[in-house]
Design a protein around this ligand. Structure first.
Ligand code: AMP
Ligand code: MG
Length: 395
């Protein structure tokens, strides 16, 4: 049995990054940048006005000035500013030669036609100077960046209309269990509905993987064998739910082994989610296939995906995922009977701090939508007292 940290390290060290592709700006949201983005120009590319106002010389600010032209954003100034002259200028327009400041229109009066004088002048030049934001050749975004809306604005500014991103990993998903029926089917007798396939597909798609679903695998060697062969061939990663613990029909580790996956661990000292299996294939033409066997109880499936599969998928795409975490006080004392595993507990955030959601154990899937995050209790710790600040990993 490996620790949480050891399991993560093993996963991280097995990664061979996926190749890249180019997508349009609009398609790049949520993808991982596969190259550094370098600016091909200065920003701003010229001295520009930060205000609607009058471009003039600071030494003339106390005088009545003649307005010699109006400069619109996007057009070039035609006249140089000389003594006691100014040009009316719009935000974003180029500062005319000779001017060294812009006075806001709000601080001006018109004493006559084509004349202006100023009140409330201060030392602000109201000029955005050439290259003050970005210099040509600056690295604006680094390889491995997770692309959000704000990054897309930077990509557009840099003229990067075809964005180099990591290819989406293909993830084959299968739920195992003779007790499972699909959501649209009627449940009777000893059956339950399969929630995990849909949970996992949604988790994969949240991290921009391609989720391929292979249906319910029955708890027999033949069915699982047939399915895993196809899944392995068609995907980068195969993910099983269920069939990984100690029962007579928990066949997944054997099936993975039989299909040339080398299992690097089969149990982790965490709760929920002890029987998490991870394996790798041999490297073939620079590529490798990976497998995860996740425990069948839905909360365990969810948590083990969050903890291990999600950072793994991001790393395959070249992104070092850091879960969003905030430090908040506990508003209740948490006591646990056993402390030989690291616990992950679903919590909710209130105005005062953090408290547990009602949670009966790893089968209690309806507790999860109520949770804002998970807190962890390290091995060896059996009590965290009210008031202690804890790190909340947001989900
Ligand atoms: P297993 O890991 O196969 O021993 O399953 C552990 C528990 O999770 C059992 O109670 C299963 O019925 C339940 N379970 C397994 N797979 C699923 C699934 N796909 N959806 C919902 N519950 C499941
Ligand atoms: Mg099972």
């Amino acid at each position: 049995m490996v620790s949480y940290e050891e399991a993560l390290n093993i996963i991280i060290n097995s990664v061979i990054e996926l190749d890249k592709e180019k997508v349009s700006l609009r398609e790049s949201l949520g993808r991982i940048l596969a190259a550094d983005i370098v600016s091909d120009m200065d920003m701003p590319p010229f001295d520009k006005s930060a205000m609607d106002g009058y471009a003039c010389r600071q030494c003339d600010l106390q005088h009545i000035l003649s307005i010699i032209e109006t400069i619109q954003a996007g057009s070039l100034p035609e006249h140089k500013i000389l003594k006691d002259q100014c040009s009316k200028i719009m935000t974003g327009a180029m500062i005319p030669e000779g001017a060294d400041c812009v006075v806001m229109v709000e601080n001006s009066k018109k004493p006559g036609k084509d004349k202006v004088r100023f009140n409330n002048v201060n030392s602000n030049t109201n000029i955005c100077y050439k290259a003050e934001d970005i210099k040509k050749g600056d690295v604006l975004l680094s390889k491995g960046t997770y692309i959000k809306a704000q990054h897309i604005a930077v990509l557009a500014t840099a003229g990067c209309s075809k964005v180099p991103v990591a290819r989406k990993p293909k993830v084959g998903i299968i739920a195992t269990g003779d007790e499972l029926v699909e959501p649209q089917e009627k449940v009777s007798g000893s059956k339950i509905r399969n929630s995990n396939s849909y949970l996992l597909a949604a988790q994969v798609e949240t991290v921009k993987g391609i989720a391929n679903y292979y249906g319910i695998g029955r708890d027999n060697l033949k069915d699982l064998n047939d399915k895993v062969k196809k899944m392995k061939q068609e995907n980068d990663i195969v993910v099983f739910s269920g069939g990984v613990s100690m029962g007579d029909f928990d066949l997944v580790p054997k099936i993975l082994n039989d299909n040339n996956f080398k299992l690097l661990f089969e149990k982790i000292k965490i709760k929920p989610g002890k029987p998490v299996v991870f394996g790798i294939s041999d490297v073939d033409k620079g590529r490798r296939k990976y497998c995860f066997g996740l425990p069948g109880n839905p909360v365990s499936t969810f948590v083990s995906f969050e903890l291990f599969v999600k950072p793994f998928i991001y790393l395959l795409m070249g992104h070092k995922y850091k879960p969003k975490s905030i430090r908040l006080p506990l508003i209740e004392t948490i006591i646990r009977k056993k402390s030989e595993r690291m616990s992950f507990i679903p919590i909710t955030i209130t105005g005062e701090g953090v408290k547990r959601v009602e949670y009966h154990g790893s089968a209690h899937i309806s507790s999860l939508p109520l949770a804002d995050g998970l807190i962890s209790i390290p091995i060896g710790i059996s009590e965290i007292t009210e008031g202690t600040k804890v790190d909340v990993r947001q989900i």
